[in-house]
Design a protein around this ligand. Structure first.
Ligand code: SAM
Length: 187
């Protein structure tokens, strides 16, 4: 059982692009309540359930509390836009260089205007990917159609080799907003 229906978006993306592999180290941004992490734990084999495959790591972070999950390390009550968070994330990550960074972060009531928060989380995410993602590693992130989309595409194309936009079926009925996910590989 998944903790959240958003699981189906990631399943759809990963079934198509096969980005989560046994032995991989993954950062899950905006991880609460933890459905994407559940999928990652299974696919990177971070519990070691499959004794014949390499064992990966899953580190999740969220502003909210995230209930414990076997195979994942969580940084609850942490803000991805706070520079202190990066150091803490890297401490939890063996080799400090993730193969995959994924983000289902959404701007929420935070005192910021929505647009400012969207920009802040998006830019923090790309900054994180530029700093720590392995060469050839992948970023899966959500973005919104709007003023930021073009800017984001340009920025992503500068840092990543392959930028693909997918619009998971599972997210279409979720809300009237479109949630395309660029799936990208670092140059
Ligand atoms: N992928 C999750 C799952 O499958 O369970 C659902 C994620 S939910 C749609 C978006 C999350 O992003 C919220 O829990 C929210 O607290 C988090 N978030 C938003 N801004 C954030 C920030 N600046 N730092 C960390 N998390 C943030």
């Amino acid at each position: 059982n998944y903790r959240c229906r958003s699981a189906f978006k990631l399943l759809e993306i990963d079934d198509k692009y096969k980005l989560l592999k046994p032995g991989f180290n993954v950062i899950d941004c905006g991880a609460a309540p933890g459905a994407w992490s559940q999928i990652a734990v299974h696919r990177v084999n971070s519990t070691g359930a499959n004794g014949e495959s390499p064992r990966g790591t899953v580190v999740g972070i969220d502003l909210l509390h995230i209930a414990p999950l076997d195979g994942a390390h969580f940084l609850s009550n942490h803000d991805i836009t706070d520079p202190v968070t990066l150091a803490k994330l890297l401490e939890l990550l063996p080799g400090a260089q993730p193969h995959v960074i994924m983000s289902d972060m959404a701007p929420n009531a935070s005192g910021f205007k929505e647009m400012d928060h969207e920009k802040l989380i998006t830019m923090s995410l790309i900054d994180l990917a530029e700093k720590v993602l392995q060469t050839g590693g992948s970023l899966i992130c959500k973005y919104w159609d709007g003023a930021l989309a073009h800017q984001l595409q340009q920025k992503l194309s500068a840092v990543f080799r392959d930028v693909r936009t997918v619009n998971p079926k599972a997210s279409r009925k979720e809300t009237s907003v479109v949630f395309p996910c660029p799936v990208v590989q670092k140059k």
